[in-house]
Write a protein that binds this ligand. Structure first.
Ligand code: ATP
Ligand SMILES: O=C(O)[C@@H](O)C(=O)CO
Length: 420
Protein backbone atom coordinates (compact mmCIF):
# COMPACT_ATOMS: atom_id res chain seq x y z
CA UNK A 1 0.00 0.00 0.00
CA UNK A 2 1.38 3.40 -0.98
CA UNK A 3 -1.08 5.87 0.45
CA UNK A 4 -2.75 5.45 3.83
CA UNK A 5 -5.89 7.47 4.47
CA UNK A 6 -7.95 8.03 7.58
CA UNK A 7 -11.45 9.45 7.08
CA UNK A 8 -13.36 10.91 10.02
CA UNK A 9 -16.69 9.71 8.64
CA UNK A 10 -18.00 7.21 6.13
CA UNK A 11 -19.38 9.47 3.42
CA UNK A 12 -16.24 11.57 3.53
CA UNK A 13 -14.13 8.45 3.21
CA UNK A 14 -15.99 7.37 0.09
CA UNK A 15 -15.57 10.90 -1.27
CA UNK A 16 -11.81 10.58 -0.82
CA UNK A 17 -11.78 7.03 -2.20
CA UNK A 18 -13.64 8.36 -5.25
CA UNK A 19 -10.99 11.02 -5.92
CA UNK A 20 -8.15 8.53 -5.59
CA UNK A 21 -9.91 5.98 -7.80
CA UNK A 22 -10.52 8.64 -10.44
CA UNK A 23 -6.81 9.47 -10.17
CA UNK A 24 -6.09 5.87 -11.17
CA UNK A 25 -5.24 4.26 -7.85
CA UNK A 26 -6.54 0.86 -6.75
CA UNK A 27 -8.54 1.86 -3.70
CA UNK A 28 -10.44 0.02 -0.99
CA UNK A 29 -12.49 1.66 1.74
CA UNK A 30 -12.36 -0.19 5.06
CA UNK A 31 -15.01 0.23 7.73
CA UNK A 32 -12.93 0.83 10.81
CA UNK A 33 -9.46 -0.62 11.29
CA UNK A 34 -9.15 -4.04 9.63
CA UNK A 35 -7.89 -6.88 11.78
CA UNK A 36 -5.96 -8.50 8.92
CA UNK A 37 -3.39 -7.23 6.42
CA UNK A 38 -4.66 -5.57 3.23
CA UNK A 39 -4.69 -7.34 -0.11
CA UNK A 40 -1.30 -6.56 -1.69
CA UNK A 41 -2.95 -5.15 -4.84
CA UNK A 42 -4.42 -2.21 -2.88
CA UNK A 43 -2.49 1.01 -3.53
CA UNK A 44 -4.58 3.38 -1.43
CA UNK A 45 -6.41 2.23 1.68
CA UNK A 46 -9.04 4.47 3.21
CA UNK A 47 -9.89 3.57 6.79
CA UNK A 48 -13.32 5.05 7.49
CA UNK A 49 -13.88 5.99 11.10
CA UNK A 50 -16.87 7.47 12.84
CA UNK A 51 -14.70 9.94 14.70
CA UNK A 52 -15.99 13.33 13.63
CA UNK A 53 -18.26 13.94 16.58
CA UNK A 54 -17.16 11.44 19.24
CA UNK A 55 -15.27 12.69 22.33
CA UNK A 56 -11.77 13.94 21.52
CA UNK A 57 -9.86 11.11 23.25
CA UNK A 58 -11.84 8.50 21.32
CA UNK A 59 -11.23 10.26 17.99
CA UNK A 60 -7.50 10.45 18.72
CA UNK A 61 -7.13 6.83 19.76
CA UNK A 62 -9.17 5.52 16.80
CA UNK A 63 -7.14 7.66 14.38
CA UNK A 64 -3.83 6.47 15.84
CA UNK A 65 -4.96 2.87 15.62
CA UNK A 66 -5.83 3.39 11.95
CA UNK A 67 -2.49 5.12 11.40
CA UNK A 68 -0.58 2.23 12.96
CA UNK A 69 -2.36 -0.29 10.73
CA UNK A 70 -1.58 1.81 7.66
CA UNK A 71 2.08 2.09 8.71
CA UNK A 72 2.15 -1.71 8.95
CA UNK A 73 0.81 -1.92 5.38
CA UNK A 74 3.91 -0.02 4.22
CA UNK A 75 2.31 3.34 3.37
CA UNK A 76 4.71 6.12 2.40
CA UNK A 77 2.30 9.00 2.78
CA UNK A 78 -0.81 9.59 4.90
CA UNK A 79 -3.98 11.63 4.44
CA UNK A 80 -6.32 12.70 7.20
CA UNK A 81 -9.68 13.40 5.53
CA UNK A 82 -12.26 15.59 7.23
CA UNK A 83 -15.23 17.47 5.89
CA UNK A 84 -14.95 20.10 3.17
CA UNK A 85 -17.00 22.25 5.53
CA UNK A 86 -14.42 21.61 8.29
CA UNK A 87 -17.05 20.12 10.65
CA UNK A 88 -15.63 20.43 14.16
CA UNK A 89 -16.12 22.23 17.46
CA UNK A 90 -13.75 24.38 19.56
CA UNK A 91 -12.63 21.16 21.29
CA UNK A 92 -11.96 19.16 18.13
CA UNK A 93 -11.77 16.75 16.59
CA UNK A 94 -9.69 17.99 13.66
CA UNK A 95 -6.93 19.74 15.63
CA UNK A 96 -6.28 17.04 18.23
CA UNK A 97 -6.20 14.30 15.57
CA UNK A 98 -3.73 16.31 13.46
CA UNK A 99 -1.51 16.86 16.53
CA UNK A 100 -1.54 13.14 17.34
CA UNK A 101 -0.91 11.98 13.75
CA UNK A 102 1.95 14.44 13.27
CA UNK A 103 3.59 13.14 16.41
CA UNK A 104 3.08 9.48 15.48
CA UNK A 105 4.40 10.01 11.95
CA UNK A 106 7.21 12.38 12.91
CA UNK A 107 5.74 15.00 10.56
CA UNK A 108 7.28 18.43 11.10
CA UNK A 109 4.66 20.26 9.07
CA UNK A 110 1.27 19.56 7.53
CA UNK A 111 -1.30 21.12 5.25
CA UNK A 112 -4.89 21.97 6.23
CA UNK A 113 -6.97 22.33 3.09
CA UNK A 114 -10.66 21.38 3.01
CA UNK A 115 -11.18 23.00 -0.44
CA UNK A 116 -13.35 21.04 -2.89
CA UNK A 117 -14.05 23.34 -5.85
CA UNK A 118 -16.36 20.88 -7.67
CA UNK A 119 -18.83 21.28 -4.80
CA UNK A 120 -18.19 24.99 -4.30
CA UNK A 121 -15.84 24.80 -1.31
CA UNK A 122 -12.92 27.19 -1.68
CA UNK A 123 -10.42 28.80 0.65
CA UNK A 124 -9.25 32.38 0.25
CA UNK A 125 -7.33 34.46 2.81
CA UNK A 126 -7.71 31.54 5.20
CA UNK A 127 -11.52 31.74 5.03
CA UNK A 128 -13.68 28.87 3.85
CA UNK A 129 -16.47 29.60 1.38
CA UNK A 130 -19.37 27.40 0.31
CA UNK A 131 -20.15 28.69 -3.18
CA UNK A 132 -20.48 32.47 -2.76
CA UNK A 133 -21.16 32.37 0.97
CA UNK A 134 -18.86 32.32 3.96
CA UNK A 135 -19.02 28.94 5.68
CA UNK A 136 -20.68 30.58 8.68
CA UNK A 137 -23.53 31.91 6.51
CA UNK A 138 -23.94 28.83 4.32
CA UNK A 139 -26.43 26.86 6.41
CA UNK A 140 -23.58 25.05 8.20
CA UNK A 141 -24.11 27.38 11.16
CA UNK A 142 -27.24 25.26 11.78
CA UNK A 143 -25.59 21.83 11.63
CA UNK A 144 -27.14 19.53 14.29
CA UNK A 145 -23.78 18.38 15.73
CA UNK A 146 -21.03 20.73 14.53
CA UNK A 147 -22.47 24.21 13.92
CA UNK A 148 -19.81 26.15 11.99
CA UNK A 149 -20.09 29.75 13.14
CA UNK A 150 -16.73 31.10 11.97
CA UNK A 151 -15.32 30.86 8.43
CA UNK A 152 -11.74 31.79 9.38
CA UNK A 153 -10.08 28.38 9.48
CA UNK A 154 -7.04 29.72 11.32
CA UNK A 155 -9.18 31.16 14.10
CA UNK A 156 -11.45 28.09 14.23
CA UNK A 157 -8.51 25.71 14.43
CA UNK A 158 -6.47 27.59 17.07
CA UNK A 159 -8.31 26.39 20.20
CA UNK A 160 -8.25 22.83 18.83
CA UNK A 161 -4.46 22.40 18.61
CA UNK A 162 -1.38 22.66 20.80
CA UNK A 163 0.66 23.82 17.80
CA UNK A 164 0.91 27.08 15.89
CA UNK A 165 -1.44 27.59 12.94
CA UNK A 166 0.07 29.11 9.81
CA UNK A 167 -1.18 30.20 6.39
CA UNK A 168 -0.02 30.00 2.79
CA UNK A 169 -2.08 32.42 0.74
CA UNK A 170 -3.50 32.31 -2.76
CA UNK A 171 -0.64 34.37 -4.26
CA UNK A 172 1.88 31.62 -3.46
CA UNK A 173 -0.55 28.88 -4.52
CA UNK A 174 -1.12 30.56 -7.90
CA UNK A 175 2.65 30.77 -8.37
CA UNK A 176 2.94 26.97 -8.13
CA UNK A 177 4.47 24.06 -6.19
CA UNK A 178 7.81 25.69 -5.41
CA UNK A 179 6.26 28.81 -3.95
CA UNK A 180 3.85 26.66 -1.94
CA UNK A 181 6.69 24.53 -0.59
CA UNK A 182 8.62 27.69 0.32
CA UNK A 183 5.54 29.03 2.13
CA UNK A 184 5.18 25.78 4.06
CA UNK A 185 8.86 25.90 5.10
CA UNK A 186 8.51 29.51 6.19
CA UNK A 187 5.50 28.72 8.39
CA UNK A 188 7.19 25.64 9.85
CA UNK A 189 10.35 27.62 10.69
CA UNK A 190 8.19 30.29 12.32
CA UNK A 191 6.65 27.71 14.68
CA UNK A 192 3.34 27.43 12.80
CA UNK A 193 3.51 23.86 11.47
CA UNK A 194 -0.23 23.36 10.86
CA UNK A 195 -0.65 25.36 7.71
CA UNK A 196 -3.97 26.44 6.22
CA UNK A 197 -3.42 26.64 2.46
CA UNK A 198 -5.69 28.66 0.17
CA UNK A 199 -7.18 26.84 -2.85
CA UNK A 200 -9.87 28.04 -5.19
CA UNK A 201 -9.56 25.84 -8.27
CA UNK A 202 -8.68 22.21 -8.97
CA UNK A 203 -5.45 23.51 -10.52
CA UNK A 204 -4.50 24.91 -7.10
CA UNK A 205 -5.07 21.51 -5.50
CA UNK A 206 -2.93 19.78 -8.13
CA UNK A 207 -0.15 22.30 -7.41
CA UNK A 208 -0.53 21.73 -3.64
CA UNK A 209 -0.37 17.97 -4.28
CA UNK A 210 2.94 18.40 -6.11
CA UNK A 211 4.30 20.54 -3.30
CA UNK A 212 3.28 17.82 -0.84
CA UNK A 213 5.20 15.06 -2.66
CA UNK A 214 7.56 14.41 0.23
CA UNK A 215 5.25 15.30 3.09
CA UNK A 216 4.46 12.51 5.51
CA UNK A 217 0.97 13.81 6.34
CA UNK A 218 -1.49 15.95 4.44
CA UNK A 219 -4.95 16.83 5.73
CA UNK A 220 -8.05 18.16 4.08
CA UNK A 221 -11.19 17.42 2.11
CA UNK A 222 -11.08 15.03 -0.83
CA UNK A 223 -9.67 17.83 -3.02
CA UNK A 224 -6.34 17.57 -1.24
CA UNK A 225 -5.93 14.13 -2.85
CA UNK A 226 -6.33 15.35 -6.44
CA UNK A 227 -2.59 15.76 -6.96
CA UNK A 228 -1.37 12.81 -4.90
CA UNK A 229 -1.82 9.81 -7.28
CA UNK A 230 0.54 11.39 -9.82
CA UNK A 231 3.29 11.40 -7.15
CA UNK A 232 2.77 7.71 -6.45
CA UNK A 233 1.77 5.79 -9.57
CA UNK A 234 2.90 5.66 -13.15
CA UNK A 235 0.26 7.37 -15.35
CA UNK A 236 1.23 5.04 -18.21
CA UNK A 237 -0.43 2.16 -16.33
CA UNK A 238 -3.76 3.96 -15.82
CA UNK A 239 -5.76 2.10 -18.46
CA UNK A 240 -5.11 -1.39 -17.15
CA UNK A 241 -6.20 -0.34 -13.66
CA UNK A 242 -9.84 0.38 -14.53
CA UNK A 243 -12.18 -2.48 -13.62
CA UNK A 244 -15.69 -2.45 -15.11
CA UNK A 245 -18.61 -1.75 -12.79
CA UNK A 246 -21.24 -4.45 -12.44
CA UNK A 247 -24.24 -2.94 -10.69
CA UNK A 248 -27.44 -4.69 -9.69
CA UNK A 249 -31.09 -4.16 -10.50
CA UNK A 250 -32.50 -5.68 -7.30
CA UNK A 251 -34.87 -4.11 -4.78
CA UNK A 252 -33.77 -0.78 -3.35
CA UNK A 253 -34.40 1.64 -0.49
CA UNK A 254 -33.22 5.10 0.56
CA UNK A 255 -32.37 6.04 4.14
CA UNK A 256 -31.81 9.70 4.97
CA UNK A 257 -30.71 10.99 8.37
CA UNK A 258 -29.03 14.09 6.99
CA UNK A 259 -30.70 17.41 7.80
CA UNK A 260 -28.58 19.52 5.46
CA UNK A 261 -30.16 22.01 3.08
CA UNK A 262 -29.37 19.90 0.01
CA UNK A 263 -30.56 16.61 1.48
CA UNK A 264 -33.83 18.24 2.50
CA UNK A 265 -34.32 19.41 -1.09
CA UNK A 266 -33.51 15.89 -2.34
CA UNK A 267 -35.99 14.41 0.11
CA UNK A 268 -38.71 16.84 -1.03
CA UNK A 269 -38.05 16.07 -4.67
CA UNK A 270 -38.10 12.29 -4.25
CA UNK A 271 -41.03 12.30 -1.83
CA UNK A 272 -43.22 14.06 -4.40
CA UNK A 273 -43.68 10.91 -6.48
CA UNK A 274 -42.32 7.96 -4.50
CA UNK A 275 -43.36 6.10 -1.35
CA UNK A 276 -41.88 7.78 1.72
CA UNK A 277 -42.05 7.64 5.48
CA UNK A 278 -40.83 10.19 8.00
CA UNK A 279 -39.11 9.12 11.20
CA UNK A 280 -40.21 11.70 13.74
CA UNK A 281 -37.64 12.20 16.51
CA UNK A 282 -40.25 12.66 19.27
CA UNK A 283 -42.20 9.55 18.27
CA UNK A 284 -39.00 7.55 18.06
CA UNK A 285 -37.84 8.59 21.53
CA UNK A 286 -41.31 7.92 22.91
CA UNK A 287 -40.99 4.35 21.63
CA UNK A 288 -43.85 4.76 19.17
CA UNK A 289 -41.85 3.55 16.15
CA UNK A 290 -40.72 -0.03 15.68
CA UNK A 291 -37.94 -0.71 13.16
CA UNK A 292 -39.55 -4.01 12.16
CA UNK A 293 -42.82 -2.27 11.25
CA UNK A 294 -41.06 0.44 9.25
CA UNK A 295 -38.93 -2.19 7.48
CA UNK A 296 -42.05 -4.26 6.70
CA UNK A 297 -43.70 -1.23 5.16
CA UNK A 298 -40.54 -0.46 3.13
CA UNK A 299 -40.07 -4.05 1.95
CA UNK A 300 -43.56 -4.25 0.56
CA UNK A 301 -43.34 -0.76 -0.99
CA UNK A 302 -40.01 -1.70 -2.63
CA UNK A 303 -41.66 -4.10 -5.05
CA UNK A 304 -43.19 -1.05 -6.80
CA UNK A 305 -40.62 1.72 -6.23
CA UNK A 306 -37.66 2.29 -3.92
CA UNK A 307 -39.12 3.74 -0.70
CA UNK A 308 -37.56 6.66 1.16
CA UNK A 309 -37.30 6.58 4.95
CA UNK A 310 -36.10 9.89 6.37
CA UNK A 311 -35.64 11.81 9.59
CA UNK A 312 -34.32 14.84 7.67
CA UNK A 313 -35.97 17.90 9.18
CA UNK A 314 -35.78 21.71 9.21
CA UNK A 315 -33.25 23.34 11.60
CA UNK A 316 -36.03 24.59 13.94
CA UNK A 317 -37.48 21.10 14.34
CA UNK A 318 -34.03 19.58 14.86
CA UNK A 319 -33.20 22.19 17.53
CA UNK A 320 -36.52 21.68 19.28
CA UNK A 321 -36.03 17.89 19.40
CA UNK A 322 -32.50 18.35 20.72
CA UNK A 323 -33.70 20.74 23.43
CA UNK A 324 -36.41 18.33 24.50
CA UNK A 325 -34.30 15.16 24.56
CA UNK A 326 -30.60 16.12 24.38
CA UNK A 327 -28.46 16.26 21.22
CA UNK A 328 -26.62 12.98 21.77
CA UNK A 329 -29.71 11.08 22.71
CA UNK A 330 -31.64 12.07 19.58
CA UNK A 331 -28.67 11.41 17.29
CA UNK A 332 -27.97 8.02 18.86
CA UNK A 333 -31.62 6.99 18.69
CA UNK A 334 -32.00 7.99 15.05
CA UNK A 335 -28.71 6.46 13.94
CA UNK A 336 -29.46 3.21 15.78
CA UNK A 337 -32.90 3.12 14.18
CA UNK A 338 -31.49 3.49 10.67
CA UNK A 339 -28.88 0.79 11.36
CA UNK A 340 -31.63 -1.58 12.49
CA UNK A 341 -33.80 -0.79 9.47
CA UNK A 342 -30.85 -1.42 7.15
CA UNK A 343 -30.31 -4.83 8.77
CA UNK A 344 -33.99 -5.69 8.41
CA UNK A 345 -34.17 -4.51 4.81
CA UNK A 346 -31.07 -6.32 3.60
CA UNK A 347 -32.27 -9.39 5.46
CA UNK A 348 -35.52 -9.08 3.49
CA UNK A 349 -33.70 -9.01 0.14
CA UNK A 350 -32.99 -5.32 -0.53
CA UNK A 351 -29.75 -5.23 -2.52
CA UNK A 352 -29.38 -1.51 -3.32
CA UNK A 353 -29.17 1.07 -0.54
CA UNK A 354 -28.81 4.82 -0.82
CA UNK A 355 -27.84 6.42 2.49
CA UNK A 356 -27.69 10.18 3.12
CA UNK A 357 -25.57 11.70 5.88
CA UNK A 358 -22.12 10.87 7.20
CA UNK A 359 -23.09 9.87 10.73
CA UNK A 360 -26.09 8.03 9.38
CA UNK A 361 -23.94 6.18 6.84
CA UNK A 362 -21.44 5.23 9.55
CA UNK A 363 -24.23 3.79 11.66
CA UNK A 364 -25.67 1.86 8.71
CA UNK A 365 -22.37 0.45 7.44
CA UNK A 366 -21.27 -0.54 10.95
CA UNK A 367 -24.73 -1.93 11.69
CA UNK A 368 -24.51 -4.10 8.60
CA UNK A 369 -20.98 -5.19 9.51
CA UNK A 370 -19.59 -4.30 6.08
CA UNK A 371 -15.84 -4.55 6.45
CA UNK A 372 -14.67 -3.35 3.04
CA UNK A 373 -16.16 -1.47 0.11
CA UNK A 374 -15.10 -1.46 -3.54
CA UNK A 375 -15.26 1.86 -5.34
CA UNK A 376 -17.45 2.19 -8.45
CA UNK A 377 -18.38 5.04 -10.78
CA UNK A 378 -19.04 8.56 -9.56
CA UNK A 379 -22.74 9.42 -9.14
CA UNK A 380 -22.18 13.09 -8.32
CA UNK A 381 -19.02 15.03 -7.38
CA UNK A 382 -17.71 13.37 -4.21
CA UNK A 383 -20.18 10.47 -4.21
CA UNK A 384 -19.18 7.13 -5.74
CA UNK A 385 -21.23 3.98 -6.16
CA UNK A 386 -19.94 1.27 -3.80
CA UNK A 387 -20.10 -2.50 -3.62
CA UNK A 388 -19.77 -4.48 -0.41
CA UNK A 389 -16.81 -6.77 -0.91
CA UNK A 390 -18.28 -9.71 1.02
CA UNK A 391 -21.93 -9.83 -0.10
CA UNK A 392 -24.31 -8.88 -2.91
CA UNK A 393 -25.02 -5.34 -1.73
CA UNK A 394 -24.60 -2.17 -3.80
CA UNK A 395 -24.76 1.12 -2.01
CA UNK A 396 -23.85 4.76 -1.91
CA UNK A 397 -23.09 6.98 1.05
CA UNK A 398 -24.03 10.57 0.28
CA UNK A 399 -22.49 13.45 2.15
CA UNK A 400 -25.07 15.86 3.49
CA UNK A 401 -24.69 18.66 1.01
CA UNK A 402 -23.62 16.71 -2.05
CA UNK A 403 -25.58 15.77 -5.15
CA UNK A 404 -28.22 17.60 -7.17
CA UNK A 405 -31.92 17.63 -6.25
CA UNK A 406 -32.57 14.45 -8.24
CA UNK A 407 -29.68 12.62 -6.55
CA UNK A 408 -31.73 9.72 -5.15
CA UNK A 409 -33.14 8.70 -8.54
CA UNK A 410 -29.74 9.20 -10.16
CA UNK A 411 -28.03 7.04 -7.52
CA UNK A 412 -30.52 4.21 -7.95
CA UNK A 413 -29.84 4.24 -11.68
CA UNK A 414 -26.04 4.13 -11.29
CA UNK A 415 -26.24 1.35 -8.71
CA UNK A 416 -27.91 -0.86 -11.27
CA UNK A 417 -25.66 0.10 -14.19
CA UNK A 418 -23.91 -2.77 -16.00
CA UNK A 419 -21.10 -2.70 -18.54
CA UNK A 420 -22.45 -1.82 -22.01
N1 ATP B 1 -35.07 15.02 12.94
C1 ATP B 1 -33.90 15.05 13.58
N2 ATP B 1 -33.77 15.67 14.77
C2 ATP B 1 -32.59 15.71 15.42
N3 ATP B 1 -31.45 15.13 14.96
C3 ATP B 1 -31.53 14.47 13.78
C4 ATP B 1 -32.75 14.41 13.04
N4 ATP B 1 -32.52 13.68 11.93
C5 ATP B 1 -31.24 13.32 11.97
N5 ATP B 1 -30.63 13.79 13.07
C6 ATP B 1 -29.24 13.56 13.46
O1 ATP B 1 -28.47 14.56 12.82
C7 ATP B 1 -27.21 14.01 12.44
C8 ATP B 1 -27.04 14.25 10.95
O2 ATP B 1 -25.72 13.96 10.65
P1 ATP B 1 -25.28 13.21 9.35
O3 ATP B 1 -23.79 13.19 9.40
O4 ATP B 1 -25.96 11.92 9.18
O5 ATP B 1 -25.78 14.15 8.18
P2 ATP B 1 -24.98 15.41 7.57
O6 ATP B 1 -24.22 16.09 8.65
O7 ATP B 1 -25.95 16.21 6.79
O8 ATP B 1 -24.02 14.67 6.57
P3 ATP B 1 -22.46 14.87 6.34
O9 ATP B 1 -21.79 14.62 7.66
O10 ATP B 1 -22.16 13.81 5.34
O11 ATP B 1 -22.30 16.26 5.84
C9 ATP B 1 -27.25 12.53 12.77
O12 ATP B 1 -26.60 12.28 13.99
C10 ATP B 1 -28.74 12.25 12.89
O13 ATP B 1 -29.02 11.16 13.72
O1 LIG C 1 -15.81 16.65 2.42
C1 LIG C 1 -17.02 16.55 2.41
O2 LIG C 1 -17.78 17.52 2.37
C2 LIG C 1 -17.61 15.18 2.52
O3 LIG C 1 -16.76 14.23 1.98
C3 LIG C 1 -17.86 14.85 3.95
O4 LIG C 1 -16.94 14.56 4.67
C4 LIG C 1 -19.23 14.98 4.45
O5 LIG C 1 -19.46 14.12 5.54
Amino acid sequence: MLLGCIGDDFTGSSDLANTLAKGGMRVVQYSGVPDAPADPSVEAGVVALKSRTVPVDKAVSASLKACDWLIEQGCRQFVFKYCSTFDSTPEGNIGPVIDALMERLGAAVTIVCPAFPATGRSIYQGHLFVKDKLLSESGMENHPLTPMTDADLRRWLKPQTKQGVGHVGAAAVFEGPEAIAAGLRREMDAGRPIVVVDAIRDADLFAIGKAAKDMKLVTGGSGIALGLPANLIDPATLKERRTPWHGDGGLAAILSGSCSTMTRAQVERYRADHPSLEIDADKLIAGELEPEEVADWASSAASKAAPLIYSSAEPDRVRAAQERHGKERVATAIEGFFAEIARELTGAGISRLVVAGGETSGAVVEGLGLSALEIGPEIAPGVPALKASDRPLWLTLKSGNFGAEDFFAEALAVLKRRPA
